[in-house]
Design a protein. Sequence first.
Length: 569
Amino acid sequence: MVGRREGRALWCELADRVVYQSGILHHTVDGHVSGATCAALESQRLAWGSATGAITVLTMPEPGQVRTPPALPRVHAAPVSGLTWLQYRPDGPGGNHLLSVSQDEGRALLWSIDQRRPRRCYTLPEGEQIRAWAATPAGRALLATQSGHVHFWETASGRDGVAGVSDLPTASFRVNSGSVIAIYPDWDNDVVYVWTTTAPWLTVHDLTTGRTLAAVADPSEATEATSLPPVTAIHLQTWSNTPTNRQATSGLAASCTHHAAVATGHLDGTARIWTWSTDPHARRLTVWRTFEMSSTHPITHVFADAYKLIGAALDGRIVVSDILTGTRIRRIGVRANRLSRNTRLAWQDLNEAVPAELPVLPDVQYQRRVLAAIWNLHRPLGRDAMEPLAPLPNLLPMRPTDQWGEWEWAGPCVDGLYVSADTLAVVSRATVHIFNMGAGRPPPGHPNKLRRGATDLRVGRTEAQRLIDEGLEEYEQEVTQARTQQAHRERLALRHTLTGLTEEEQLTYAMFLSADDSVASSNAEIAAPTSEQPDPAGDTMQPLNPASMAAMSEEELVEYVMRLSVEQR
C-alpha cells in the first residue's frame, strides 16, 4: 500500500506493520495493532481496521515516532473491509475525516477524528454488497455494489452527530448489468465515472438523477463501444496542454491546446487517452490518442498527466511515453520479484518456467480469471473471487507465449503504481521499487518531467529486494561451481580415454581435431617443434602440423588433444 508524505512515497506492509519512505524503514508499528484487515496511509497518519470492527489511528510526526491517540469507539459489528482518508488538510477546516467500510454489514461510516465519532452512517439495501466507495469530508458519499447499482448521499439529507443512525440515499441508479469495479466522482461537476465488468466498461452519470451522460466509444475501430477490448486500468485526471516547438515538429499544432479527461489500459496491451467530444448533440468520450504499451500482455495500471503516460503491463514491464507526441521516453521493469514462491525462477525468462504445450487458443476461462485478477487490483476491498457476470465480448486470441495459465497462478506482477512530482513507486509483492523522476517541476516549455539521460530513473531497493539479490548471487555461485566440477569430470574422462590409446591412435586423433584449422594455416612456417603455440591476441592455440605433433611426448600430446577438444565444442 502506497501513500503520500510531503510529495514523496510512503509504503506500508500490512502483514509486517512497517512503513517505508523512499525504500528506507520509516516506522515500525508492531505491537499497536493486532489482527489488521485493512489500512489507510496518508501523510502523518496511519489507520488500521481489524476483524473485530475496531479502528486504530496512529500519528507519525517524525521518523521513528509513533503516537496513539485515544481509541475510536467500536461501532462496526463486523470486520472492517476498507479505510480511506478524505482530503487531509492539517490547517484547513473539516479535513480530518476517515471513511470506514464493512462489507459484511453493508454500510459505511464517515468519522470525525477530532471528535472521535461517526458523523454519517450510510447503509445499503438488503442483499447489496459494497464494491467501491467515495466521499467528501462534508458528508457527500457514493457506494457502488456488485449488481451495478450506485447509491448517492447528499450532505443536506444527513443527520450530523447521531451515531448508528442511517442516512437514506438521495438517489440510487443502475449503471450496468455487471459488477462495479471502481468509481471516480467529479464532485465539482456533479458527475461520476463508473468502471464495470461489462461493456461499455466506462460510463459517466449525473450524480443527482443517475442519467447516463456519456460512454466510451472509439470511432476509429467501430461505432459501438462493445468493440473496445475490456478495460483493465483507469486513471481519471482532467488536464490540458499546449505543444512546445519541439513537439510541434512531430505533427502537433503548436497553437492548439489539447484536453483530456481519462486514461484507460486495455486487455490487448494498449492505452487510450479520452476527451469529451466537441459535438453538442452527441456528448460522449472519444479517443484522442492510442498508445502501444505492450504487444502481448494486458495493462494492469495506468497514469496520465499533462506531460506523460505511464503504463504497467501484466509481466511487470513499465513504459513511460510523451503524452502529446506519443514517443517512448523510458522503459523499465520490475520482474525481479515476479515469482515470489521461487526467487530463482524470478530471474529467468518466464517462458522457460512454464510448459510449452499450451494450445494456440487457450481456454476462455483462463482469460476470465486473469482479467478478474486484474480487476481485483483496482477494487478497494480484499481480493475475493470476482468472475465476470456476463460473457466477455471479442476476447482476443492469445499466442502460446502469453501463458495465461501461468499468469492465473502467479497473478499480475505490479500490485500498485504511485506517481508524485518526482517519484514513481511500484509495489510488487513484498517489494516497493522507488524510481527517481527528477526533483521539482520541469522548467517552462519542457514537455516531460522525466529528463533524458542515464540517471533519470534510479531504482532504490528495500530490504526484501536486498535479500533477493543475495539469493541470486548465491545461486550464480552455485551454478559456477557446478560448471567447474562438470568441466573437471569431463577432463578426467578424456584423459582416461586418451591414455588408453596407442601412440599412433593418439596422433591420428589429434590430427583429426586440428584438420580444419590446419587447412587455413598450412602455409605458415613453424620455427621449432613445441607442444603449444599460443595466439598472441589471446589464449586460443594455433594448429600444429603433423611433424610438430610427431615430435611431442605422450603427455604433451594428451594435453594438446584435450585443449583442442574443449575449443572444438
